[in-house]
Design a protein around this ligand. Sequence first.
Ligand SMILES: *[C@@H]1O[C@H](CO)[C@@H](O)[C@H](O)[C@H]1NC(C)=O
Ligand SMILES: *[C@@H]1O[C@H](CO)[C@@H](O)[C@H](O)[C@H]1NC(C)=O
Ligand SMILES: *[C@@H]1O[C@H](CO)[C@@H](O)[C@H](O)[C@H]1NC(C)=O
Ligand SMILES: *[C@@H]1O[C@H](CO)[C@@H](O)[C@H](O)[C@H]1NC(C)=O
Ligand SMILES: *[C@@H]1O[C@H](CO)[C@@H](O)[C@H](O)[C@H]1NC(C)=O
Ligand SMILES: *[C@@H]1O[C@H](CO)[C@@H](O)[C@H](O)[C@H]1NC(C)=O
Ligand SMILES: *[C@@H]1O[C@H](CO)[C@@H](O)[C@H](O)[C@H]1NC(C)=O
Ligand SMILES: *[C@@H]1O[C@H](CO)[C@@H](O)[C@H](O)[C@H]1NC(C)=O
Ligand SMILES: *[C@@H]1O[C@H](CO)[C@@H](O)[C@H](O)[C@H]1NC(C)=O
Ligand SMILES: *[C@@H]1O[C@H](CO)[C@@H](O)[C@H](O)[C@H]1NC(C)=O
Ligand SMILES: *[C@@H]1O[C@H](CO)[C@@H](O)[C@H](O)[C@H]1NC(C)=O
Ligand SMILES: *[C@@H]1O[C@H](CO)[C@@H](O)[C@H](O)[C@H]1NC(C)=O
Length: 786
Amino acid sequence: MSKPRLRLRLRLLSLVSILYYVFLIITTTTDLVAALRCRPDQTETLKRFKNEFAFSSICSDDTNFFRGVTCDNVTGAITVLTLPGGCIRGTLRSNSSLFELSHLRYLNLSFNNFASSPFSSAFGQLNNLEVLLLSSNGFIGQVPSSIRNLTKLTQLKLSYNKLTGDLSPVVQNLTNLSAVDLSYNQFSGTIPSSLLTMPFLSYLDLSENHFTGSFEILDSSSKLEILLLGNNHFEVEIIDQILKLANLRYLSLSYLNTSYPIDLTLFSSLKSLSYLNLYGNSLTPTSVNSDIDFPNNMQTLLLSGCNISEFPIFLKSLKTLEYLDLSNNIIKGNVPDWLWSLPLLVSLNLRNNSFTGFEGSLDHVLADSLVQVLDMALNSFKGSLPNPPVSIINLSAWNNSFTGNIPLSVCNRTFLDVLDLSYNNFTGSIPPCLSNFTIVNLRKNKLEGNIPDEFYNGASTQTLDVGYNQLTGKLPRSLLNCSLLKFLSIDQNRIDDSFPFWLKALPNLKVLTLRSNRFNGPISPPHDQGPLAFPKLQILEISHNRFTGSLPINYFANWSATSLKINDEERLYMGDFTNDRFTYDDTLDLQYKGLYMEQGKIFTFYSAIDFSGNKLEGEIPESIGLLTTLIALNLSNNSFTGHIPMSFANVTELESLDLSGNKLSGEIPQELGRLSYLAYIDVSDNQLTGEIPQGTQIMGQPKSSFEGNPGLCGLPLQQSCLSEDAPSAQEPEEEEAILKWRAVLIGYGPGVLFGLVIGHVVALYKPDWFIKNYGQNRLRGIRQTN
Ligand SMILES: *[C@@H]1O[C@H](CO)[C@@H](O)[C@H](O)[C@H]1NC(C)=O
Ligand SMILES: *[C@@H]1O[C@H](CO)[C@@H](O)[C@H](O)[C@H]1NC(C)=O
Ligand SMILES: *[C@@H]1O[C@H](CO)[C@@H](O)[C@H](O)[C@H]1NC(C)=O
Ligand SMILES: *[C@@H]1O[C@H](CO)[C@@H](O)[C@H](O)[C@H]1NC(C)=O
Ligand SMILES: *[C@@H]1O[C@H](CO)[C@@H](O)[C@H](O)[C@H]1NC(C)=O
Ligand SMILES: *[C@@H]1O[C@H](CO)[C@@H](O)[C@H](O)[C@H]1NC(C)=O
Ligand SMILES: *[C@@H]1O[C@H](CO)[C@@H](O)[C@H](O)[C@H]1NC(C)=O
Ligand SMILES: *[C@@H]1O[C@H](CO)[C@@H](O)[C@H](O)[C@H]1NC(C)=O
Ligand SMILES: *[C@@H]1O[C@H](CO)[C@@H](O)[C@H](O)[C@H]1NC(C)=O
Ligand SMILES: *[C@@H]1O[C@H](CO)[C@@H](O)[C@H](O)[C@H]1NC(C)=O
Ligand SMILES: *[C@@H]1O[C@H](CO)[C@@H](O)[C@H](O)[C@H]1NC(C)=O
Ligand SMILES: *[C@@H]1O[C@H](CO)[C@@H](O)[C@H](O)[C@H]1NC(C)=O
């Protein structure tokens, strides 16, 4: 592993380990309890417990279920139980056999689905419990006061449930607690002071709840080292009290929702502080501009969305700073040169401010720093891009006004992995070293010349977006060396080439867009090459080129990905690229249901074909019916002839179909009216005849979708098939189209189907246990609504 990466990873590890250590200690002690034989009556009880629930198929076999069971090697009683996540579904009742396992010391039921079960008071019977982990379980209601019985408890983790109520009656007697995570619930009321000052408590996460009011800390002997209180509703002063927790090392107070600005200087009194997160809180301008004497172990300072208008000079003396986030503020002018000489700074986020330039020499000032993750996106930087730091790994500078050439020094940066310079005004040619980067986004610049034919064997490229430039020449054949390539976007250039049949050799290619270039010739491979058969292609966009010829009847045979159900490692979006340093999402201009969206994120199950605006002729191949999971098809503005194939009946997921501007004849197949998701259809300007099928999907279409077919009759056209005037159908208005878009977005539940211009690369600071929890929760949400 390369050195800077290793270094960053080690540093992250030290941060995460602070958070982890409590859980790790317990896991280790668990392993020490030898897993010898369990007493038969205990095993029976466990089996009864298992039979109370429905199981997903992955864990219905006993081996998997019993893997997380440990029994005391002397008494044979079950002392440790960890269920595999995602297994159980059903209600956890008070009479459950689980509560007979009274010798349990360690219980982890996290990531199962006790959908809307109340938190049973019977948990109070398990009074040998030392560790109770019930995250992401769908529990609702109040935590019963019987939990007070669990006096041996050292760890309690109930995050990501829907628990409500006041904490005071719950935690009173649990004086041995050392780690408590109640985040992402709906707890309310004030935070009991007794909780904050429990004798052994070192880790407390109460973020994302509805806590209000203040609390008072009388006892200054608190052991609390890690405290997360973000996203609550503290209207009043709590900082004073927090400052009494003298051992705090890690403090997150994001989005406190206080009604007054926060004085940043106060935190300098916490002498052990190494992590401070104040996301989304307004800071008093005078405090930000003063000389704050933070303790000399400050590593992470997160001041995003803090209404900061001038570059904070106190940072100059933070020689131990590693992670700095100043994004989403209103800082203008130049980035000061001293910033780059902070000796340990590895991650810097300046996104979404109003920076215009850099102090100091462009050749050296950044280049000499040790920054590895640099996000300068969404600013107003002008002029040339400075030579990036020698240790750079992720460089994001999209949406600025950089001009001139892309500095060749990027090719000299051994560790550079993600390069996003999209939405600038770079000119000149593309540097010849793209194959060393995992992600390259140079979209919407003014780059000229060829795409360098320099992809060497074993290239790491997964995403290449050079759309909206002025590139000429042919597609480089050396792209075949990029066996990891998933996303290739060449749209809106001047590439003059034949259809790249050879790309079907790329085993991972999912998205290919060649829209608006000068590609020409047939899109049907020569006979001796067999069918096209892209192994994983889900989106193929070749519209507005000069393709010609007809498509054989079996053209779409063997396009496995578009015809199979897709299960992309349970990811929501195609091209989601997340690691412990940053996240990147592939985005695509989307034409769908007659509407256009710039740079949207793409759901993993989206699959689309767009051949519009070419000179294709002949019949639409019957094999289109094999693409059963196709969602959008656009064959408009070609010269297709013949009938609309009946096989469309089998494309049951189809939502958007545009066949307009061809020479199609005959009747519209009745089957189209039965496609239940088909929300948009346009067959205008053809030579279709007969009656428009009267399915509910078709009735809702505007008249314009059928116009320009002299022989067509029936609603929504005014032309009645009974040769007598029917009442005129109502035509949807412009706004309705936009409303439909919204409906589509909402229709897909949490998250949006395609987001607006997306934050391509985002530097991350969240410790990875947080991301994992959050990620799983997000996916659960989707699965449950589906
Ligand atoms: C039980 O396990 C403990 C811890 O591993 C071990 O020290 C002890 O010797 C074991 N006792 C027996 C009877 O195996
Ligand atoms: C608890 O169980 C879940 C689901 O099996 C697992 O993902 C998680 O790592 C476990 N937690 C600990 C601390 O062992
Ligand atoms: C538990 O109680 C429910 C009703 O609350 C009942 O249907 C079920 O049979 C009981 N289960 C056992 C094991 O007693
Ligand atoms: C608390 O534990 C005791 C045993 O120590 C037990 O008798 C009692 O029923 C438990 N209380 C609750 C509410 O479960
Ligand atoms: C909780 O502690 C109080 C004293 O602080 C004691 O009176 C009470 O019995 C305890 N409750 C339980 C359930 O242990
Ligand atoms: C609390 O922890 C201490 C030290 O770990 C232990 O001696 C004591 O027995 C524990 N108390 C309870 C009620 O388990
Ligand atoms: C605090 O939250 C409430 C309710 O969510 C909201 O109405 C209010 O604007 C927020 N106040 C601040 C200062 O963010
Ligand atoms: C942000 O700062 C400006 C002055 O720099 C101030 O006028 C404004 O009220 C602040 N906004 C908030 C939400 O605190
Ligand atoms: C690029 O330059 C043109 C003028 O040549 C200007 O209109 C446009 O706003 C610039 N774009 C960016 C992103 O700076
Ligand atoms: C790349 O590095 C080599 C040696 O370190 C140096 O000779 C060369 O000039 C550098 N090229 C660029 C474009 O910086
Ligand atoms: C790309 O990486 C390879 C292997 O890591 C290295 O040998 C080569 O010099 C690099 N090329 C450039 C242009 O950085
Ligand atoms: C649809 O698919 C079924 C089974 O694959 C096939 O029998 C049928 O002929 C197809 N229908 C059309 C219209 O292609």
